[in-house]
Design a binder for this molecule. Structure first.
Ligand code: ZN
Length: 330
């Protein structure tokens, strides 16, 4: 029944995913160069970013590289910030984002910039480097967490990191707009203690019921949350890392993953809805054939107008339902 999968020769049979990514990467480089050239022209024409570097009672112009950080920044800043998020397309893979002149303009006006870092949004770092600006504050989440390129960059899937980042954003808001410091403290407390409570409660409930369960994931995006939930994510790391980076997983890791599914070693399979490749689709198909429940998670907010916590909560509920269903099938 699974002969076609077992006979999989790795790269040669499904070469398209990596090839497309290579081509798109080159187009992306060209787009970056063009965007930088446009930015230089623009900066020659216009002047300083809007605003009150330290004055207070204004509106801070905030730009987030991705909308999951943007949602958090907007809730922490309330009426004293205006947040623009760059990467937000729920149907695209953020790892392959390409900059535009519009993005360059948005960054040029920012007083505070939040980037994920660790290679996830190096396009943004290039834009900032091309446009040094006094008074602009930059938070790179990877630096805050002591992470580097090559580390799992999906930091927003780690509840502890989310708290750390939120606290740093509040600290930076208070530096940029000292007059509104007490307002930002209130927003911080409301976000961490009230807005995020259902999310933390769901995590605790799943952990209490399902800790130690073996699950699978097609991509490293879910590793941090699996740890927070106490789940035992047994999929080969080489497979998950390769898919996250847009590479073909090593043949041995594919075979191991297939065997884990065929032997029903996992209760649930988690996949990334924003990175569909032939290989992840074949893994999903295999899980379906074994009646293993499948749960989709996304890189960016789904739907795009959801808050960070509502989006995460919905995904946690779906996972909990799948874990319940998976326990019944086993
Ligand atoms: Zn990813």
């Amino acid at each position: 029944m699974f002969s076609s999968l077992q006979a999989w020769p790795g790269k040669s049979r499904y070469p398209d995913a990596s090839t497309h990514r290579t081509i798109r990467f080159r187009v992306g480089l060209l787009a970056n160069v063009l965007a930088l050239a446009l930015l230089a022209m623009l900066l020659a024409a216009c002047s300083t970013p809007a605003g009150n570097a330290n004055g207070g009672s204004g509106t801070l112009q905030v730009v987030a590289g991705e909308n999951f950080w943007g949602s958090i920044a907007a809730q922490l800043g309330g009426s004293h910030v205006h947040v623009t998020s760059i990467v937000s397309d729920p149907n695209a893979d953020p790892h392959e984002y390409q900059t535009s002149a519009q993005t360059a303009r948005t960054f040029a006006m920012a007083q505070y910039v939040i980037l994920n870092g660790a290679g996830y949004d190096s396009w943004a770092q290039q834009l900032l480097d091309a446009n040094p600006q006094d008074g602009r504050k930059v938070l790179t989440v990877a630096n805050l967490l002591g992470k580097h390129e090559g580390d799992n960059p999906h930091f927003w899937y780690n509840p502890e990191y989310v708290t750390q980042v939120a606290n740093q954003i509040t600290k930076d808001y208070k530096t940029l707009d000292a007059a509104d410091a007490s307002y930002f403290d209130q927003q911080n407390s409301a976000f961490l203690n009230v807005a995020l409570k259902p999310y933390h409660d769901r995590i605790a409930a799943i952990k209490a019921k399902f800790a130690g369960q073996k699950i699978g994931a097609t991509e490293s995006i879910f590793v941090y949350m699996a740890n927070a939930l106490g789940l035992d994510l047994i999929s080969p790391p080489e497979f998950m890392d390769a898919v996250a980076e847009g590479n073909d997983p090593p043949a041995a890791s594919v075979a191991e993953f297939q065997q884990q599914i065929q032997q029903k070693q996992i209760t649930v399979l988690v996949y990334n809805v924003q990175t569909n490749t032939n290989i992840t689709n074949s893994i999903k198909l295999l899980a379906t054939q074994q009646s293993i429940p499948i749960v989709g998670v996304s890189e960016t907010l789904q739907p795009v107008d959801a808050t960070f916590q509502d989006w995460q909560y919905a995904q946690l509920l779906a996972l909990e339902n799948a874990l319940n269903a998976g326990a019944l099938v086993k």
